[in-house]
Design a protein around this ligand. Structure first.
Ligand code: 3PG
Ligand code: CO
Length: 553
């Protein structure tokens, strides 16, 4: 029968402290001036790379290696941390939604049948990120859902869009809005009352995460549910174009707007009896809105009016909270994660990051599950992020604080594993501010040093890796790798990349003879969990992706 007990590793000892350090958005790419990691002073990461050649390598962090539909899909933190924590590759939300739409199964399952009951009398609202980034949502999936819902009886549809510019180029929201408008106009020609009802930039409206700033969700609620926003327009393309003209405006931070009819009335507030679908498949930036839509008791902001709706998520976003209770596609069932195994085997675990990445080393790491497995053996520490700023203004973020807390946890002797996410390369990289990203990379490197120094003091082991690329490439390039010029200028890349990420092992506790194997050249993030289990003195379960290390006598 099944047992949580892990077998002893034949050669590696137990009881060594293991520090698992994840640099967010830190890929490997050729050196040039848009590679902020290369430009920044990063002596610690450099010394790992230039140290023992059998203790540093690259691993895949994008595409099918992390369960995404194709090799053109860049990595992201959700799938990256899922793979790191689970040690196996799961077909992820993007892929599962593709399959459910292609087979039509999405229209047969519970979630769709639940919302469908509203179609005869009421409006279907679709809320989510308008983007083809494939990180949180995809526009082609929204288009298919619009077609499918209308074929299955929806007569009135309102779309509430969030503009991206973070997983895709800034300014691309205009083109996406035009595609969406064409789709809706096609539906209108078939007699369906289909329109965009509201919008706003994802970072300013709705898509906050880990409760960093509920005001963001409230702004969305006001526009989407109440039909109230500071800006009113007749159509979405005009709205985005006009709002982008303001100095400093960009897709990520567009202010909220509502679409109004000729008499100035908002076309799509959400009212009693309506159906609502949040069409993002990724969880972290939808769970706050999901709570506002679903929970009867809710005190994070004044909802003013709480319509009685039928609400479904594209996926269920939180498996532990069962949130939302209705969903169109079942999420990947990520079970028996390495964190859960290790806790069952007595490994005392400390996890830490600042708010904006806290859930990455807890929730995502543990298979999209909130909370502790065993509160007596685990401690998760969240360092409050600055809120209400873009991180190019504070590129050091809380790297120092994360480093200090983790150092203290290591020196306390109370833990066998410390696990951290250092967000700077990613969060600042997403702003597209190249100079600030260089500062960010240096700060991240300093945090790594602080943790590694503590590992040295206690005779432990470190594993340093990353979840996906970002800061190592800040421009859009052609196939040859040259920056693409548009009107004589490079196009700044705010998004992640397709690059591999480094992984380094070391520390005084690393047994002699441990080195990276040569026979897993295509290893990816999912191979890390078995590796870490080995370093704790255990053999990983059979169905885990193979370890990256061997022990030579
Ligand atoms: C975000 O949510 O900030 C971006 O879309 C993806 O970034 P992450 O995967 O690094 O969180
Ligand atoms: Co990112």
């Amino acid at each position: 029968g099944f047992s949580w007990k892990l077998a002893d590793h034949p050669k590696l000892p137990k009881g060594k402290l293991v520090a698992m350090i994840v640099l967010d958005g830190w890929g490997e790419a050729s050196p040039d001036k848009y590679n902020c990691i290369h430009v920044a002073e990063t002596p610690t990461m450099d010394s790992l790379k230039n140290g023992a050649p059998d203790k540093w390598r690259l691993v895949r962090a994008h595409g099918t290696a992390v369960g995404l539909p194709t090799e053109d899909d860049m990595g992201n933190s959700e799938v990256g941390h899922n793979a790191l924590g689970a040690g196996r590759i799961y077909a992820q939300g993007a892929k599962l939604v593709d399959l459910a739409l292609a087979s039509g199964k999405i229209y047969e399952d519970e979630g769709f049948n639940y919302i469908k009951e509203s179609f005869a009398t009421n409006t279907l609202h679709l809320i989510g990120l308008m983007s083809d980034g494939g990180v949180h949502s995809r526009l082609d999936q929204l288009q298919l859902l619009l077609k499918g819902a209308s074929q299955h009886g929806a007569k009135s549809i309102r779309v509430h869009v969030l503009t991206d510019g973070r997983d895709v180029l800034d300014g691309s929201s205009v083109g996406f809005a035009e595609i969406l408008e064409a789709e809706l106009s096609d539906l209108r020609s078939q007699g369906i009352d289909a329109q965009v009802a509201s919008g706003g930039g994802r970072m300013y409206v709705t898509m906050d995460r880990y409760e960093n700033d509920w005001e963001v969700v409230k702004r969305g609620w006001d526009a989407q549910v109440l039909g109230e926003a500071p800006h009113k327009f007749k159509n979405v393309v005009e709205a985005i174009k006009t709002l982008r003209e303001a100095p400093g405006a960009n897709d990520q931070y567009l202010p909220p707007f509502v679409i109004v009819d000729d008499s100035g009335k908002p076309v799509g507030p959400i009212v009693d009896g309506d159906a609502v679908v949040t069409f993002n498949f990724r969880a972290d930036r939808m769970t706050m809105l999901a709570q506002a839509l679903e929970y009867e008791n809710f005190d994070k902001f004044d909802r003013v009016r709480v319509p009685k709706i039928r609400y479904a998520g594209m996926l269920q976003y939180d498996g532990e909270l069962k949130l939302p209770s209705h969903y169109l596609v079942s999420p990947p069932l990520i079970e028996r994660t390495s964190g859960e195994y290790l806790v069952h085997n007595g490994v005392r675990t400390f996890a830490c990051s600042e708010t904006v990445k806290f859930g990455h080393v807890t929730f995502f790491w543990n298979g999209n599950r909130s909370g502790y497995f065993n509160a007596e053996l685990e401690e998760y520490v969240e360092i409050p992020s600055d809120s209400g700023i873009t991180f190019n203004v504070q590129p050091k973020m809380k790297a120092l604080e994360i480093g200090e807390k983790t150092r203290d946890a290591i020196l306390s002797g109370r833990f066998d594993q410390v696990r951290v996410n250092i967000p700077n390369g990613d969060m600042v990289g997403h702003t597209g501010d190249v100079e600030a990203t260089v500062v960010a990379c240096k700060a991240a490197d300093e945090a790594v040093k602080m943790i590694i120094d503590a590992v040295e003091q206690v005779g432990g082991i470190y594993v340093v890796t990353a979840d996906h690329g970002n800061a190592e490439d800040m421009v859009k390039r052609n196939k040859k790798g040259e920056p693409i010029l548009k009107d004589g200028e490079v196009q700044i890349l705010t998004s992640h990349t397709l690059q591999p990420v480094p992984i380094a092992i070391g520390g005084p506790g690393l047994a002699a003879g441990v080195k990276f194997r040569k026979d897993v050249p295509s290893g990816g993030l999912a191979n890390v969990a078995a590796t870490v289990m080995n370093l704790h003195g255990f053999v990983a379960p059979d169905d885990y992706e193979t370890t990256l290390i061997e022990v030579v006598d």
